[in-house]
Design a protein around this ligand. Structure first.
Ligand code: GLU
Length: 317
């Protein structure tokens, strides 16, 4: 009796100590119908596959988006987050939303996939080009989103002020398809990896269009800011949008703090690189992603553990 009790005690001790050794970390993403959220899920799934050996537990949190994620990483509430590369640049250098508050401890882990700015409008709104938003109800984005940050930069380049709109909305992206259907808004900005469930939902609920963002004013944005690139949301991405849509975009970058543990950072990079084909199949927005492109579009320094792993596998010299 005594012996079995002590054996029980021993196994309980072993269970407790292995539980204690597990390290938990969280990736902040965006709205659940966007592309950040399933991307966080894809990363965690691959990291957690190795939990018996790495003893890590990765989880995903839905958040307000890029700016929120940077602020939460810096305050220690989140370990990692997906963030637009323009927001990473501004956060690191103390510009725009981060004016006078540079976040020099922000570190890149990988630049995952391209995001392109979509101005999704109801066909009924009659908005055919960006300038047509004047006098309309446009959801620029919730504070904390990258949508708002980039939407305002584009407005600025086109000489459009918030006061030119009938309403500058602050709904979160997941709220927008319903608001568009209910005519509470005429359109909304979404900087996102395409195709995304959010816009598919909108396009399945009412006739929508995505407005081209192109021309000299876009060329001027590209000249002024190094981290924007032109891109196309291909025809067929969404029901009823029967042409290629021209826009400008960024990269969706996974970032953390310089204080993020080497073990966690290495586990993430390793999980993606070791399971690259499986990863690529987890979302259609990863179609153009290559191992090399994971290092393109980083506007904060690499975390040392990420850099070491890229060197180890020969992606960096
Ligand atoms: N780029 C958007 C933002 O930072 C989020 C996109 C997404 O959730 O996929 O607000």
């Amino acid at each position: 009796m005594k012996k079995s009790l002590s054996l029980l005690g021993l196994s309980a001790l072993l269970v407790t100590s292995s539980l204690q050794a597990a390290e938990f970390f969280t990736i902040g993403t965006g709205g659940v119908t966007g592309t950040y959220y399933p991307t966080g899920g894809a990363i965690c799934r691959l990291v957690n596959k190795e939990r018996k050996t790495n003893n890590l537990r990765c989880s995903v949190e839905s958040t307000g988006g890029s700016v929120y994620n940077v602020n939460s990483i810096m305050s220690g509430e989140l370990d990692f987050g997906t963030v637009q590369s323009d927001v990473v640049y501004n956060a690191y250098n103390g510009l725009d939303k981060f004016e006078g508050k540079p976040n020099k401890e922000l570190r890149s882990v990988m630049a995952i996939y391209p995001e392109l700015l979509a101005l999704v409008v109801s066909k009924a709104s009659g908005i055919a080009k960006l300038e047509d938003v004047k006098g309309k109800k446009i959801n620029v984005g919730n504070p904390g989103s990258g949508n708002e940050a980039t939407g305002l930069i584009v407005f600025d380049a086109f000489g459009i002020k918030k006061s030119d709109l009938a309403q500058a909305g602050v709904l979160t992206a997941p709220e927008c398809p319903m608001a568009l259907k209910d005519k509470k808004i005429d359109g909304y900005f979404y900087m996102v990896g395409h195709p995304t469930a959010n816009i598919t939902d909108a396009a399945n609920s009412l006739p929508v269009d995505i407005v081209d963002i192109k021309g000299e004013k876009v060329d001027a944005i590209l000249q002024k800011y190094p981290y924007y690139a032109k891109g196309i949301i291909p025809q067929g991405s969404y029901p009823g949008v029967d042409r290629d849509v021209h826009s400008l975009g960024v990269k969706a970058v996974l970032v953390g703090s310089s204080k993020a543990s080497d073990k966690m950072v290495e586990a993430i990079v390793k999980a993606i690189l070791d399971n690259f084909d499986e990863f690529k199949n987890l979302h259609p927005a990863y179609k153009s992603v290559t191992k090399e492109s994971l290092l393109e579009g980083l506007s904060a320094p690499l975390h040392p553990a990420a850099e070491a792993y890229y060197k180890k596998v020969g992606l960096l010299k």
